[in-house]
Design a protein around this ligand. Structure first.
Ligand SMILES: Cc1cc2nc3c(=O)[nH]c(=O)nc-3n(C[C@H](O)[C@H](O)[C@H](O)COP(=O)(O)OP(=O)(O)OC[C@H]3O[C@@H](n4cnc5c(N)ncnc54)[C@H](O)[C@@H]3O)c2cc1C
Length: 285
């Protein structure tokens, strides 16, 4: 894995992220698109309101966008950004366990729709975590439960087992890549609870003792991803340059709010990409 400082890390490989990346590339900036899981557009049977390309399915449209980016050497990379840490003049991103450094960030991660389960918010940081590679070491030798909703979750559970956690994995179906030694519980996480710290998790109506619970959803709420980010009604607050309240961080697409439409995502991706390029140029990059 290449370790050099990137000009920009784009989080999310949907229409907004690809548009931002293409425009950063055209301005001569180095960029990687982190995240290649199918986003919302893949689910659209037919998109009739995107100018000039009526009648395509969402999948066809996404492949056209990805093909354009690929011609420039930009390929969304499979994985999940678990958190982003501001470091003064740059950012550190935990991307499926790899640490990447970037001077700017474009958040293009769509909408995070999940409702927290009972006790999740209350025990966040006191037993509930969204990132195995960030917090796993705190639970060595302890009982943890992993709720695997993202494609990378089995890998994160295997990592926890490898550092000595006693892991149980919860999902609708046992992933093929899950270590054979990890106990599998079919179902979904219904709630967590305890006293001063987390003590149990409930799955399919049954309470299981747990010191830690890792909730690994495909999408993470933007202010959990990047603490200090300003939100309004759950959407990232931006100005007309797609700049957020954090210098060097831009946002585009569904993550900034309605209308949740492809044309808006592509347009905002363009502005976020150009704004990030201007920001870099103003800093002498
Ligand atoms: C059924 C359906 C039909 C639709 N029909 C239309 C239509 O007809 N016309 C129209 O204009 N729009 C339509 N839309 C809406 C359209 O799909 C969205 O507005 C558009 O996809 C938004 O693009 P985006 O790039 O902002 O987000 P998305 O397309 O959601 O892409 C975000 C990407 O970021 C990734 N991601 C999220 N968090 C992380 C993370 N932490 N690390 C790495 N990657 C991450 C996600 O996996 C996803 O791939 C439809 C949506 C649906 C669901």
């Amino acid at each position: 894995m290449e370790q050099k400082m990137l000009d920009c890390a784009v989080v999310g490989g949907g229409p907004a992220g690809l548009s931002a990346a293409v425009n950063l590339h055209q301005r001569g900036k180095s960029v990687r698109v982190l995240g290649a899981a199918p986003g919302f557009l893949e689910k659209a049977e037919r998109v009739d309101n995107y100018l000039g390309l009526p009648g395509l399915s969402g999948g066809e449209m996404l492949r056209a966008f990805a093909g354009h980016a690929a011609q420039l050497g930009i390929r969304p990379e499979p994985g999940r950004v678990a958190n982003i840490l501001p470091m003064g003049d740059h950012f550190m991103l935990n991307f499926s366990g790899d640490i990447l450094e970037a001077r700017t960030v474009v958040l293009a991660c769509g909408v995070a729709k999940a409702k927290p389960v009972e006790g999740e918010t209350e025990f966040l940081g006191r037993g509930v975590s969204y990132c195995a590679t960030c917090d796993g070491m705190l639970y060595r030798g302890k009982a943890v439960l992993v709720w695997g909703l993202s494609p990378e979750a089995a890998g994160e559970a295997n990592f926890l087992a490898s550092i000595g956690c006693r892991v149980r994995f919860v999902a609708a179906k046992r992933p093929e890549t899950l270590d054979a030694a990890i106990e599998f519980l079919p179902g979904s996480l219904q709630g967590v609870g305890g006293g001063m710290k987390l003590e149990w998790a409930r799955v399919a109506g049954q309470q299981h003792a747990a010191d830690g619970v890792f909730i690994l959803r495909a999408a993470i709420a933007p202010d959990t991803l990047l603490p200090g980010l300003s939100l309004a009604n759950g959407f990232v607050t931006v100005n007309r340059s797609m700049a957020t309240n954090l210098p060097g961080v831009f946002a585009a697409g569904d993550v900034t709010g309605a209308p949740l439409q492809v044309a808006k995502a592509v347009g905002e991706g363009l502005i976020a990409g150009l704004s990030a390029a201007d920001y870099l140029s103003a800093s002498g990059v």
